[in-house]
Write a protein that binds this ligand. Structure first.
Ligand code: ZN
Length: 138
């Protein structure tokens, strides 16, 4: 069995942002040389997510509005976590949107559904943060 590991680094210009990282994950798969197996992609931070959904701008605005209703960023003082920090909302948003995805690899390709794309969801950005890509198979 082959195994491949790589970290992808991101530094968003805004506090909250969604990045389509499917091309970078495809590059990892190419580099790994693995044709059949599984690909895990996970955020390595507790205020960011990796998830699969549609690459559609309206939907991303809907995510933003929905998450802000569930866990509004402000006022910062509404959260017990915000003693020394101001990112309690980011922890909660990450919890809803998820930590990781697993994608099947078939015939050397990510075996995604037609509209499925892999996203990095940032909820406390403007600093360097990373995503782990781990691929196992043959
Ligand atoms: Zn925190």
């Amino acid at each position: 069995m082959k195994s491949f590991r790589k970290e992808l680094w991101f530094n968003t210009s805004k506090r909250r942002e969604y990045l389509n990282i499917t091309p970078q994950v495809q590059d990892c798969l190419r580099e790994s040389g693995i044709r059949e197996g599984l690909c895990l992609v996970n955020a390595m931070h507790i205020t960011a997510s990796v998830f699969i959904n549609d690459d559609e701008r309206g939907l991303h605005q809907d995510f933003e509005r929905w998450l802000e209703k569930l866990a509004p960023e402000k006022p910062h003082s509404q959260y017990a976590h915000n003693g020394f920090e101001d990112n309690a909302d980011a922890h909660l948003k990450r919890q809803i949107m998820g930590r990781e995805v697993v994608v099947a690899i078939t015939d050397g390709k990510l075996d995604l559904g037609h509209w499925e794309q892999i996203f990095y969801g940032e909820y406390d950005g403007m600093r360097r943060k990373r995503v782990l890509v781990k691929i196992i198979g043959e």
